[in-house]
Design a protein around this ligand. Structure first.
Ligand code: CMC
Length: 422
């Protein structure tokens, strides 16, 4: 297969085919407008490949997710999040020396400038931590210059400092003193320590929490050209610096159809619980075309069979809650919802299955994280993916600014008549 043919108003045009390493086929329509005057129309970009990328492979029909060729199930089984960050950003697993240097760097860049603590004071007490996170990440650009020689260091700074910013935003929201990062802890333990330690007494992070958070971060680490990652690439394509590009990715992630869904899932499960636990009523509501209610944590643009991350998290939710001795009625409601929807024609026809956000919130809750922090946790996990994608885009030699076209449906030319003032 070398070419695709298009017939437009009786005239035939040929386009080259682009084939990926897993056999994905794309029609390169780069010359379409120049040759035919037409453009493609694909609202929501469901059929548009925006780039070539060697980072993450997803087969939505088969439920496959791989980072740099490694299946998610293998990476989630024992790897540390920091090492997955290295893999995503550098494209290969580190040597023992590279690994210890990488971990050392990530630990030693986790402090934020003391002046930045003052920024937190300016927010109202109930400020959403995603708003704080995006503006703080944007603010890092005011401290660290955007110079090519500093790219690698800035990537490490961003990965290292995000967990400190996230934990400080929580401490600010509950009016507690900030707890500084510790270089002797793993990435996930350090974050939990900054979240839950108080100066008055020592806090040891339970191993089960360290492992659970490590797993959650790995499962969120990249997901190819989703809404927030495309936003990072879109902003970065104009030449905007790393911090500005990723701050915009945080904003895109915040929406309830994307990363914000994990917060919405828990709110929905609580609503079902408070309403007497009648989940059938909510399934019916989700199917009712006159209501705009959706089952949050269900459905995915790409996965049309199952989301492999959700399978891993469903089991992890059971394991973590058992180990912590937590009995959360929301887990029962979630499992029941999943069970009925898997047998329901509406959901089967539309290929709607639980996604990564469905069980993650139940684990975060058991860990003691407040619901408003859930999307921040997603952002913390997605950070290496955003960075890797931004870096890949910047290194692309023929990189052009991203600039889609449109089909204009507004008024045709008309003459301006000044409005007569009374
Ligand atoms: N509950 C009920 N119906 C749904 C749902 C849902 N969660 N999701 C999709 N549908 C229906 C939708 O009404 C439509 O039905 P019809 O064909 O009769 O009009 C059909 O399924 C296709 O929906 P769509 O909106 O065209 O699908 P999409 O690919 O544009 O959207 C989605 C994908 C994830 C935004 C959507 O499934 C959704 O809104 N899910 C709930 C929010 C959610 O859980 N988001 C997290 C996604 S995973 C984490 C991440 O990467 O962001």
């Amino acid at each position: 297969m070398k070419q695709a043919k298009l017939t437009l108003e009786g005239k035939e045009y040929e386009f080259p085919i682009v084939i990926g390493t897993e056999g994905e086929v794309g029609i390169d329509i780069g010359a379409l407008r120049q040759n035919s005057g037409a453009i493609t129309f694909d609202p929501g970009y469901g059929n548009t490949g925006s780039c070539r990328s060697a980072i993450t492979f997803i087969d939505g029909e088969q439920g496959i997710l791989r980072y740099r060729g490694y299946p998610i199930e293998e990476l989630a089984n024992g790897m540390r999040f920091t090492d997955v960050c290295y893999l995503l950003i550098h494209g290969h697993l580190p040597s023992p020396e590279q690994l210890s240097e990488w971990r050392h760097q990530l630990n030693h860049h986790s402090l934020i400038h003391e002046d930045m603590k003052k920024f937190f004071e300016g927010y109202p007490p109930n400020a959403h931590p995603m708003a704080i996170l995006s503006s703080m990440i944007g603010s890092l650009a005011t401290y660290y210059p955007d110079e090519e020689a500093l790219f690698d260091l800035n990537m490490i700074r961003l990965l290292a400092k995000t967990k400190t910013i996230a934990a400080f935003s929580y401490k600010k929201s509950i009016g507690q003193a900030y707890v500084y990062p510790r270089n002797d802890l793993t990435y996930s333990s350090d974050f939990l320590h900054m979240m839950f330690a108080v100066p008055a007494e020592p806090y040891g992070v339970p191993k089960v929490l360290d492992n659970a958070l490590n797993l959650l971060l790995i499962l969120h680490a990249d997901h190819e050209q989703n809404c927030s990652t495309s936003t990072v690439r879109m902003v970065g394509s104009s030449g905007a610096n790393l911090f500005a590009s990723i701050a915009s990715g945080v904003c895109a992630l915040w929406g309830p159809l994307h990363g914000g869904a994990n917060q919405e899932v828990i709110q929905m499960l609580e609503q079902i619980r408070d309403d007497g636990g009648d989940y059938n009523k909510y399934v019916d509501l989700a199917k009712d075309k006159t209501s705009d209610f959706r089952l949050m944590g269900f459905g995915h643009r790409v996965y049309k069979n199952f989301d492999p991350r959700a399978l891993i998290l469903k089991k992890a939710a059971d394991d973590v809650l058992n180990e912590l001795g937590v009995n959360d009625p929301l887990l029962e409601i979630a499992k029941n919802l999943e069970e009925i929807t898997l047998k329901d024609e509406f959901f089967i026809e539309r290929k709607l299955y639980p996604n990564v956000d469905f069980y993650s919130g139940i684990i975060y809750r058991a860990m003691g994280l407040p619901t408003e922090m859930f999307t921040v946790m997603f952002a913390l996990g997605r950070m290496p993916g955003w960075i890797a994608q931004w870096k890949e885009m910047r290194e692309e030699p023929s990189g052009r600014i991203n600039r889609p076209r449109q089909i204009y449906v507004g008024e045709q030319k008309r003459s301006y008549v000044p409005v007569k003032e009374r």
